[in-house]
Write a protein that binds this ligand. Structure first.
Ligand SMILES: CCCCCCCC/C=C\C/C=C/C(=O)SCCNC(=O)CCNC(=O)[C@H](O)C(C)(C)COP(=O)(O)OP(=O)(O)OC[C@H]1O[C@@H](n2cnc3c(N)ncnc32)[C@H](O)[C@@H]1OP(=O)(O)O
Ligand SMILES: Cc1cc2nc3c(=O)[nH]c(=O)nc-3n(C[C@H](O)[C@H](O)[C@H](O)COP(=O)(O)OP(=O)(O)OC[C@H]3O[C@@H](n4cnc5c(N)ncnc54)[C@H](O)[C@@H]3O)c2cc1C
Length: 643
């Protein structure tokens, strides 16, 4: 199962080696993090990042190994933006010459980059950005300027204190004409003494949610006061500006300007299963240790994992972790394919890839953020302790619902793709993840054939149910949209239904990828049979949760929906004996989990007790402030004290 989770024996070995490397090196200790102040926290992260870079070089780690190393260090920092956004932006949007100049510098970290798109006034609406890049023909330069307060760049990770360079998105202006938003490579700091370059105001935007997690990152604010950069620092693969000031667009579609976001959204989907599996591992192990009620004749109480209600909250999350792992793997292969095509100037699959990355990013991050919080509740009161590992994990993870495309905004992008696909149905056969929309007649006419709970243990029945629900919701939206004279008004008016239809479409992708995985790629019958159970749990849990959709579209009868729920209950009993094996298969080491509740050895209570004594408040019996503020109250003799 460890191999199935990792993707291959080689992938398992690489991640396992890196996990151990980090866990066994005292530099990467992280239990004390929540006790540190912001400055110490930040410096500590800088120290770890520098040490990690040294390890990467000394041990000659491959790109894959370096990624795992950074992952297991488990502290957001400037290198995330450098590797995940700055480098991909140059790779995807730079010309050959630009790549030749900038990539070697970035890949050896002689420069450190960030991705400065969002502003104080605009994040989702990229076309609404206000920073300007005005071409000056005389000097062959662009003048970067922040004309308003709201145009201040706001949020870019690593920008406040570390990055030496940034890809800055700004409105291109030539001779007073606006030519859309483009990316520019801008140097922010001196490579000699790290001071901000003249004309730039740079700082940190302040503390963020949670304490020891995202505050290791220096998210920044940046303002330009007429800062000049050479013309050849505009990323010019999509559009070019000549030294005469002529604006030209190559045959590369404009959408490629958004390409870095496709790349990172794909990574975010791949990462969702890591965060969810981490929370599920903690909650499952603890649910086996924790006992409440049910003692008979003085025997042990019931393990809370044996309560059906606990199972009905925990096991769908366990199944979701596996579903997200497989859909992340699938999306990665889709992305690798599109990347190769884009390099060869084949843009045909970009719209579908954009819809998949946007939609799956929204689906997986929302479910993971909610899932981590549910795992905290599944651990009862102890889940609220920092030492459970869950509050910090939640604080770290939850911004994924906002960054890299706010989730609702992303689902609306999926909706645009679906509406377009449906409106083209007469003359363009949909392919890939939208292929089912080419079979609308049977999907709209045939109803579910399930008659017993057992009938739900059939991949075809499940697939057809998810296809019919998505097709009916999408087609329904299309029909209602057609009634509006102005399509944009119609889209806005129906946006709530459109987001729901997009979710149904994305859930269909996730379920069908899981089924596909079982049909083709699982080595070993035992592993396959166990994963089949999780696949059914995932699908039937979604069906139960969204039964309103399945019933309202008329595909299911209430009886069939309740048979699905009955089957789900039976499936929970099949998951139970393997629950610990399923979470052990994630291969998460204690160091990575950073959780007393999720310890591999189950030795929870003594370690919780021990951890409590490490709190600085327990350094002495009488702490600072008691004499000054508590003792006087105890000793006072005021009238109202008698009340
Ligand atoms: C160790 C592991 C590390 C993990 C990863 C690291 C993460 C680090 C953590 C945080 C870093 C965070 C960074 C950021 O957040 S960077 C900022 C991200 N910002 C956004 O995501 C902004 C979201 N907004 C948009 O993407 C766009 O504004 C929009 C798509 C919502 C709207 O675009 P707009 O041009 O205004 O309008 P349209 O909807 O009409 O789109 C036009 C056209 O373009 C197509 N399209 C849109 N986006 C893309 C895309 N990304 N790729 C391809 N095509 C795209 C769209 O479909 C339309 O096409 P058409 O219908 O055919 O015309
Ligand atoms: C931790 C973190 C790190 C970040 N790092 C970076 C970075 O490195 N570089 C960078 O450039 N940016 C970064 N960002 C910024 C991030 O990309 C934006 O915050 C994100 O894209 C969301 O945009 P917004 O803040 O403008 O949200 P808004 O768009 O203002 O969203 C507010 C609300 O409005 C709704 N809404 C907005 N538009 C619509 C619409 N058309 N229809 C319906 N509802 C709508 C949203 O659903 C949401 O509920 C980071 C953000 C965070 C939290």
């Amino acid at each position: 199962m460890k191999v199935a989770w990792a993707g291959s024996r080689e992938a398992f070995q690489v991640s396992d080696r890196m996990a151990k490397l980090v866990a066994n090196d005292p530099v990467f200790e992280k239990f004390s993090k929540p006790m540190l102040g912001r400055k110490e926290l930040f410096k500590n992260t800088l120290r770890k990042a520098a040490y990690a870079w040294k390890l990467i070089n000394d041990l000659r780690l491959t790109e894959e190994e370096a990624k795992w190393l950074r992952h297991y260090i488990d502290e957001p920092n400037y290198t995330d933006l450098h590797w995940e956004m700055f480098v991909p932006a140059i790779e995807g949007q730079g010309t050959k010459e630009q790549k030749k100049k900038w990539l070697p510098l970035a890949q050896t970290m002689q420069i450190i980059g960030t991705y400065a798109q969002t502003e104080l006034g605009h994040g989702s609406n990229v076309q609404g950005l206000e920073t300007t890049a005005t071409f000056d023909r005389q000097t062959d330069e662009f003048v970067m300027h922040s004309p308003t307060l709201t145009s201040s760049k706001w949020w870019p990770g690593g920008m406040a204190k570390v990055a030496t360079h940034a890809i800055v998105y700004a409105r291109l202006i030539i001779d007073g004409l606006f030519h859309g938003v483009h990316g520019f490579i801008v140097q922010l700091r001196s490579l000699e003494d790290h001071s901000p370059l003249p004309g730039l105001t740079l700082g940190d935007i302040g503390m963020k949610f949670g304490h020891g997690t995202y505050n290791t990152m220096d998210n920044g604010v940046l303002r330009f006061d007429h800062v000049r950069i050479p013309r050849n620092q505009m990323l010019m693969r999509v559009s070019q500006v000549t030294k005469e000031g002529k604006y030209a667009q190559s045959d590369v579609p404009r959408q490629l300007l958004y390409g870095t976001m496709v790349s990172v959204r794909q990574t975010i989907v791949a990462d969702a299963s890591k965060a969810l599996s981490r929370a599920v591992c903690i909650a499952t192990r603890y649910s086996v240790v924790r006992r409440q009620f049910g003692s008979r004749n003085g025997g042990p109480e019931t393990q809370v994992i044996d309560y059906k209600t606990q199972q009905s909250r925990l096991f769908p999350l366990l199944a979701s972790a596996y579903a997200f792992r497989f859909v992340g793997e699938w999306l990665k292969s889709l992305y690798i394919d599109v990347k190769q095509r884009l390099e060869a100037n084949d843009f045909s699959t970009l719209p579908e890839t954009h819809a998949c990355t946007a939609g799956l990013k929204a689906l997986t991050t929302a479910a993971t953020a909610d899932g981590i919080e549910e795992c905290r509740k599944l651990c009862g009161g102890h889940g609220y302790l920092i030492s459970s590992g869950l509050p910090e994990l939640f604080a770290f993870y939850v911004p994924a619902c906002s960054y890299e495309g706010e989730n609702v905004v992303m689902m609306l992008q999926v909706a645009r793709f679906l509406v377009k696909t449906v409106s083209n149905l007469g003359y363009k056969q949909p392919v890939g993840t939208a292929a089912y929309l080419g079979r609308v007649t049977p999907l709209l006419q045939n109803n579910c054939a399930v008659q017993t709970a057992e009938d739900w243990l059939n991949p075809d029945a499940i697939l057809e149910a998810f296809e019919a629900r998505a097709a009916r919701m999408v087609i329904g939206c299309g029909e209602r949209l057609a009634m509006f004279e102005n399509p944009e008004e119609g889209f806005a008016e129906l946006s709530i239904d459109l987001v729901e239809a997009s979710l149904a479409h994305c859930q269909l992708i996730t379920v069908s990828v899981f089924i596909q995985k079982l049909n083709h790629e699982i080595p070993g019958n035992g592993v396959k049979r166990s994963l089949e159970v999780l696949c059914y749990v995932y699908a039937l849990f979604l069906l139960h949760k969204h039964q309103g959709d399945f019933l309202a579209t008329g595909y299911l009868t209430p009886k069939q929906a309740s048979l699905a729920n009955e089957q789900l209950r039976t499936l929970y009993s099949k998951v139970r004996p393997n629950a610990i094996a399923f979470v052990d298969s994630f291969n998460h080491m204690d160091h990575y989990l950073c959780s007393v509740l999720g310890r591999y050895d189950g030795n929870v209570y003594p370690k919780l007790y021990e951890a409590a004594w490490k709190d600085p408040l327990n350094d002495s019996d009488i702490v600072d402030g008691i004499q000054q503020y508590v003792q006087p109250i105890l000793k006072q003799k005021l009238h109202y004290a008698k009340l």
